[in-house]
Each structure stands twice: as C-alpha cells, then as structure tokens.
Design a protein around this ligand. Sequence first.
Ligand code: NAP
Length: 496
Amino acid sequence: MAPQYDAVVIGAGFGGMGAGIELDRLGLSNFVILEREDDLGGTWHVNHYPGLAVDIASVTYSYSFEPNPYWTRLFAPGKELKKYAAHVADKYGLRRRMRFGTVVDGARWDEEHQHWVVSIAGGETVTGRYLLTATGFLSQPYTPPFPGIDSFAGKIIHTTAWEDDFDLSGRKAAIIGTGATAVQLIPEAAKKTKELTVFQRTPIWVVPKIDTAIPAPVQKLFARVPATQKAARLVNTSMLEALMVVGVLHFKQAKPLNMAAGVLAKAHLRAQVRDKEIRKQLTPHYDFGCKRPTFSNQYFKTFNQPNVRLETNSIDHIEADGIVTADGNKTEIDTLILATGFNLWDVNFPAIEIIGRDGVNLGKFWRDNRFQAYEGITVPKFPNFLSLNSPYSYSGLSYFTTIEAQMKHMGRLLGEMFRRGETTFEVTEQANTRFLDRVTEKLGSSVFYGGDCATARSYYFNQHGEAALLRPTSTVNAHREAVSFPLDDYTYGKIA
Ligand code: NAP
C-alpha cells in the first residue's frame, strides 16, 4: 500500500519551510506541511508582543539562498520576519502544501508498509514515506503553577498569546520573567502602564544592541549588488561564530574573551542604571553564556522610570488582586503578563508522540537513556525520520545556520539512498553513539561545564543537568559534516 505522501512535514516555521524547499530539490515534491497554527511563520507568527524584533542581525537571520535586501533595520522587527516567511512560502510554492489549524497528535512507523502514519486531532490520519518534524525549540509555552493563579481576577496574558488590541494604558501590571522576551517587552510596557512591577528570579546578561535603520540607498545597493549583502552577512556571521566558539564552546581555553563580554554587560548596566541597589539586583551571578544572553539599549534604562519597580523576592502565591512574595508583601495589580518562556525538556523533545521501529517511543527513549540524535537529526530505530529539533542540533547563534546544515544533511542522505536505488534509511547505533560520545567530550571545554552555571537556571540544560541543546562545534564544522558524514553511518533498504 503506497503512502499518500512522499513526506509529511510537521511545522510551517522556517525549519519546516527549509525542509520543504529541500524535499522539492530532491524531487520528493508530493509532501504536506501540517501546522497547528492558523498561518505560517512558526515563532514569528505566534509571537507579536510589543517590542518583538530579532536579536541576531537580519543579514544573518535569514536563508543564505534567499536574502532580503529590504530589511528596514539591522535587527528587523518581528512583523518583517513574518512577511519574509510569507514571501519564502509563496516564492517556493510551499503555501499550497500547507494545512493550517492541523494539530498532530502523534506519528507511528508502520513496519509492514514501511511508512509513517501521522495522527491528526479529530481522528484523521495521513501517511508519508518520510517524516520530518520541525516543531521548533521554543514552541510549548510555559506557565508556572503559581498557587492561586486561577483566582486572579484581572487580565492574564502570556507573551505567546498577545492580543494586539490589548491596551496597557493606565494599568497596574506585573511582568513575570526577565528572559529575552521580557527584555524586549518591558521597555514597551513601561511606556504605557501606570505601574509596572517586574518579577525577576534570575538576572540576565544584557549587552548593547548596535542597531540602526538601514537607509533606502543601502537597501537598493543590497538589491542591485547582492554580493554587498553577502559580504555583510559574512562579516556578521563570523563575529557571531567567534563569540560562540571562542567565548562559549572553548571557554576553558579562552576564558578572558568570555569575561570581557561580562565586563561589557556590566559597564552597560552601570551606564544605564543610576540606583546602586537596583544595579546589584540586575547583575547576574553566573558566567556569561550559561544562559542565552540578550541585546538591548532600552531594558536597563527602564528601571530608572518612576512607574517601574524591580521585585526580586520570590513569588509565594497569587491572589485575586495581586502577587504576594515570600516576604509577605503584596503587589496590587490588575494585569499579569507571563514572560515565563517555554518548556523544552518535559514536553518539547519531541513535541508529539513518535513511535518508531519495535514500538520504541522517542520521548521515552530520550528520557530513559540520554537525549541524543546523530548529527542532531536522526535516531536509531526511527527509520525515514528526520527530527529537525533534536538534542545537539542547534548550531551557532542564528537558527538559519542549523536549518541550512540540516538541509545539506538531508540532501546527502537522501541523495545517497536514491543513488543506491533504496527507499528507507536508518542511522546505525554505532554512528549515533560515536556522535554522542564526541559531543559529550567537547562539552567539557564549554562554559556549560567549565564555567559557573550553578545559578543560571538555563534552558540549555535538561533535567539531568546535561547541556544537551546546542551542538558544541563550530557552525563551519556542522556544515562540513552535513556534506561529508560517512555514508555508511546509515543502513539503507527497500520496501519489501
Ligand atoms: P526564557 O528565557 O525561558 O525566560 C523565562 C523567564 O521566566 C525567566 O526569567 C525565568 O526565570 C522566568 N520564570 C519562569 N518560571 C518562573 C517562576 N516559577 N517564577 C519566577 N520566574 C519564572 O523565555 P523567553 O524570555 O521567552 O525567551 C526564550 C528564548 O526565546 C530566548 O532565550 C531566545 O532564544 C528566544 N527569544 C528570541 C528573541 C529574539 O531573537 N528576538 C526574543 C525573545 C525570545 P529563571 O531564569 O529564574 O528561570
């Protein structure tokens, strides 16, 4: 029995779209992209809170093969990313293969027919020879179970469910969380709210954002002479690479560079915040890079405003009209904004139930053993499956680096499978173990294990204390291996 599709892709963000483009290139054009939201763009569709912008410069945070000369700023606002996603979907003919509002419950490898059976909420199933999950890393919003939160009588809003017509003017609001999202939202919220209390559990490293509008003549130059934008991309990407490889991954060997980043962030804080006590509270006590640092010229300054208060006592419970902290004090509020991030390790790896060969459940396998995936993309016992958001898959600082390395891996793997006249692939146990051993060893030099990350509460670490999210190699290495991994790291077969 032939499957309905060559491939089923789950997720219509930039990862899923990159996978679709590569499938077309490989001639596997009969694919469907299933998306739970009502439109494409992934994180850039879901997130539209005030202040949203990229924090990796746009020349780099985009597909290298589809440059956009018309970014209006070095760091484009969220809306432009959404527009760019729509442009890519239309240009590459992806939109017509997308099914929105389609919540996938799970997928199961059908051994007899050698294809994947994907279950959609409501009872429908679709089948595909290949399964690609592109469900994102930060796709499962997290709301902490604060005692009493259900009794809160005011407005509660999570940053991933922002209502564009929701007006903060005159409100007494609280923002819980000081991650990258809060760093962007807080300055905007402070402009409107009557009172804004920021509940911080762990301070974040913030460095200046060298942002500026891109004037029309430069946009024209980028459009007319694409090599100029390519050069800008190369320069920016190289700087990010140096920061990541030297400052974070080779922390042991290059501690001074990492420390210099911390010194810069502290100087930025000193220059922006007048009150010594507040400065102290905003200063992290863990090494730079343990947790994703962020960029902002506005965040620290906001704490000078008379309507803004930083609260560092831990939250005890929530009442109908306020938040009570462990010291017994209550902050009265009418609006509760949850900038509390995402759940990665409990529900996102994988984001849906995936059952492979011999009934192996991917989530259980990862939890019972260790989080692992060969080259951050394939797992033994899961034939014809590419898990694009896997442990150790995120390479470098821009997600597009990861996406494009994975597109190359797909090209090499499926190309070889076709060359052999086969239709199935599966990574070998040995290759997977070799990769896991290698990344484990490499992590030993990183800030995650060599630095002081004890108080960081970083989502880079899983529940076992392993920094299993980022690939601890340069992006150059990731791209080189994507086109040169040993072809015998996979077994190939034919449909019986
Ligand atoms: P996040 O970094 O996980 O931050 C969540 C915040 O909520 C943290 O400050 C956390 O405190 C706090 N929190 C969670 N549970 C809490 C509790 N029980 N009590 C008190 N505080 C609690 O999430 P995010 O800010 O949404 O950012 C996630 C990632 O998205 C970023 O790291 C970045 O990669 C990406 N992002 C990118 C951009 C961009 O490129 N423009 C913008 C936004 C986000 P603890 O630190 O103490 O846990």
